[in-house]
Design a protein around this ligand. Sequence first.
Ligand SMILES: C[S@@+](CC[C@H](N)C(=O)[O-])C[C@H]1O[C@@H](n2cnc3c(N)ncnc32)[C@H](O)[C@@H]1O
Length: 422
Amino acid sequence: MLPRTGTNTASIDVRTALEPNDFPAVPSIIGDISALSKVLKANDRNSRLQVLEKARELVRALETPRETMIKHTWAQNTAFTAISFGVDTGLWKQWVENGSNVPQKVSSLAAQLRLDPAVLGRFLKHISAMGYIIETGPDEYKLTNFTKSLSLPIIADSYPLCLWSINNALANLHGYLRETDFAEPTSATDGNYQHAHHIKADVFTHFQENPPNGPRFNNLMSGYRQGRPSWMDKDFFPVEEKMIDGFDPSGDGVLLVDIGGNVGHDLDEFRRKFPDHPGKLVLQDLERVINQIEHLDEGIVRMPHDFFTENPIKGARAYYLHTVLHDWPDDLCVKILSRVSEAMKPGYSKLLINEQVIPARNAHWEATCLDILMMSLLSSKERTEAEWRNLVEVQTGANLRIVRFWSVGNGVENLIEIEKVL
Ligand SMILES: C[S@@+](CC[C@H](N)C(=O)[O-])C[C@H]1O[C@@H](n2cnc3c(N)ncnc32)[C@H](O)[C@@H]1O
């Protein structure tokens, strides 16, 4: 039996904790950064991300274990709380309205927002110490590009939403796993999230029933996708050849159905990228979410639909699920996929699944952190290629067959092309 609490079983010298994590690697990382800097361009995503990863590697190598521990357990979570305080109180919005490039005094911001200057001053000092605002004088700061962006709901809303929903669940996860004998969670309505929040509902219902967290979640989904490679781009998936060529306008004449499409950001992008597309675009999500749509092209059909029930759109050219199946354990994914399969026309309709595909080695941290969140919030997971094959072709069956896994870049963004055979 492994010890489950901190017992004094350390077998290394305590000085290890005070030495840099990997000092011998430092010269070669600096060499890599120097070489990469020669090809670095602000508008070239790949070279920028390569340098960024190397810079992170450098920080990890130079830090001591004690410094890493303090950063993880004290510095980052307090910065998260301080930034979130700013979102909740309207600080970042007000600051930008006052002048996004103008240094501001703590006392005048506190007076404008009716806040205690002592509390605001302490939060801002920490945010400044963490490098997210710049100190320009005594109790005076100016915004950085990051903190200016906190005036945008698609960046800002994630902070209070995640502090409330995710952090609570993460703090509960170890205890929950211990209680369940460390079994992989599989219940969408009686898992860690429900235990942490003392509720029976699934995460999406919980968000929607606790305003303003429903709209905040929609903004988070909108912010998350910004700047990522998109399957609709030419170098990713051949939309013309796979979806538009061979489109049959008879019947309902639907080109693309976005199932669980939230407030329609993917279809909006599709319409912008393919303005002359044939057929209809249909957005489906829960009624409450459809009713929260603020801006959406009038040409996109809005349809309240629960994806566990029969899909009313039959024989569309393509059905699309984006970061939907990672929200659900296998048994419920089988139900969602079965409802889609029933609506598909064999040999004509496609199912496109836009999700993480976790590689056997060298998984990206954006995918692995989501995997832990899925376990903690939804008793679900990010899946490997083998798990996707098993879920779609074996567990669901229903004549679904994976045609190809499409991907670009670091593999975080993937599109699984599926057809229904006779
Ligand atoms: C992680 S979000 C993904 C949203 C969107 N596809 C995207 O990638 O931006 C999951 C979506 O599933 C929707 N959803 C949850 N349960 C649903 C259900 N039973 N029927 C239809 N949609 C549902 C949520 O409202 C949410 O918009």
